[in-house]
Design a protein around this ligand. Sequence first.
Ligand SMILES: *[C@@H]1O[C@H](CO)[C@@H](O)[C@H](O)[C@H]1NC(C)=O
Ligand SMILES: *[C@@H]1O[C@H](CO)[C@@H](O)[C@H](O)[C@H]1NC(C)=O
Ligand SMILES: *[C@@H]1O[C@H](CO)[C@@H](O)[C@H](O)[C@H]1NC(C)=O
Length: 581
Amino acid sequence: MTILSTIWLLPLFTFIYVNGVLPIEATHHVYRELESLSSDEYSTNQPYRTGYHFQPPKNWINDPNGPLIYKGVYHLFYQYNPKGAQWGNIVWAHSVSTDLINWIPLDPAIFPSQPSDINGCWSGSTTILHGNKPSILYTGINKLNHQVQNLAYPKDFSDPFLREWIKSPENPVIEPTSENKINASSFRDPTTGWLGKDGKWRGIVGSKRSTRGIAILYKSKDFVKWKKSKHPLHSAKGTGMWECPDFFPVLKNGIKGVDTSLNDDYVRHVLKVSLDDKKHDYYLIGSYDEEKDRFVPDRGFEEVEIEEVFRYDYGKYYASKTFFDYEKNRRILLGWVNESSSIPDDIKKGWSGIHTIPRTIWLHESGKQLVQWPVVEIEKLRVNHVNLPTKLLKGAELLQINGVTASQADVEIAFEVNKNTIGEAEVLEKLPDPQILCSQKGTSVKSGLGPFGLFVFASKGLQEFTSVFFRIFGFQNKNIVLFCSDQSRSSLNKDNDLTSYGTFIDVDVLHEKLSLRTLIDHSVVESFGGEGKACITARVYPTLAVNDKALIYAFNNGTTDVKITSLNAWSMKKARLNGKL
Ligand SMILES: *[C@@H]1O[C@H](CO)[C@@H](O)[C@H](O)[C@H]1NC(C)=O
Ligand SMILES: *[C@@H]1O[C@H](CO)[C@@H](O)[C@H](O)[C@H]1NC(C)=O
Ligand SMILES: *[C@@H]1O[C@H](CO)[C@@H](O)[C@H](O)[C@H]1NC(C)=O
């Protein structure tokens, strides 16, 4: 505790100065940035505030809501407590951007004001209706504390910032009734609507019946009067409440995104659900039969173990949402990352929750899984490029990556395993849970091939470090790759959640390079393994490896050498997360 409170006192100027390398391109930029610091932003002086991952100046945030692009402006709405650092008093806060990186806060778009939302304005989505008219569908908590779905429109469609929203006089437009047997406490998070070939809008609302998770389907001609379909779009027993469903098409071939309503021979469909019981975002790839209005997954929750269903992220990540960026023809994914610190620590620092860097998302050429990669705009923040030549990393070797601001950086590294040493890989008899395997072995158990990867937020002498790494195993005459993010030694403050995360990742190490990209930002480590085939986001709060005290290393703690085939690292400039118009 004492260490933490001392660090909070470090003023912003010290931070900039001490990090002599912290890049500031032009002075006018600096002034603008300081001007935007109102007294409200006292908390920007803290060591765990992010430099380029979205967060408001203070207070609690959770789900991203209804992201969209309108008249060239990106809109991010999000669940926000205007009164404190814990969940409560939820409104739709609103920020806008032209590049998905620098954001300007506006007044909340939706807040409790009518009987159908007087006890809360929870998550929902935007849909662009005919004539390029955006609309919001969101969950309101009504006078009876029932969850109902409400509709809102912009007051002025000519305003690219969509500052004011008007609620439909027809609200609620969808409600649970005793007749439709919907549980009024488990009925929320309407999706973006999509248009069927019959000209009717469709949308789903997350729910459950007993322990069966359900995506209840609604149809409408005018987006105002909605009729529940006889069958849900999809459901699965034993999965519990489905929160924040997301349903969208992806091209079979190619990385471009497509409109949410597209359904032809060139696309597959994705259904993502946030499982309330597991607190993770799972996705299914399958076909959408428009005649029957059903989604049929290739490998569904009832066909395989839940641990075998793909997740967007194997770390801290929840309540994500995509949108189609029709200006750049890509689908973009946003997600919420909660804190790993204790509630008293969150209250002390005055804030809780951040969002990931927006990620472009597409179907891998195998058709089996999705791929995610940080939006290209993030690369504008890169400065001080460090490039290391190809290098053999011996067993038990540590290589410091100098020349970048290690607490605010972007690091890309790729490894190659020598075909002649592949036999050194430890053999597994059966496949254990990858997360457990990561935490049991950490970085301190040596094996033939691995662990190798990065130490980030490392203190001098390695009293503190977060490791992101791979281990290669032999299993049934094949090689499998384990991808881990280990927080167990990330902080001397043991009040934090120090869980290690991990997953197996589908990379053929005999024929492919094993790559890792990590976005490091004060208290977040957002990692992309195998060129975006698996993501792990972690929250860490080092007490020693803070700001300019943080170091980055590439490491190999296995017994066999591995080759670093490329290593590029950059300091990241601060983004204007709460700039002014
Ligand atoms: C309805 O959902 C709530 C919230 O999960 C749950 O506590 C309650 O048991 C459910 N009611 C029924 C009848 O299933
Ligand atoms: C947030 O973090 C805590 C502990 O670090 C975890 O147990 C919890 O499930 C998380 N909540 C969500 C919604 O992700
Ligand atoms: C590397 O491995 C050795 C021996 O297994 C272990 O003692 C050491 O702690 C490991 N290093 C790290 C940083 O985990």
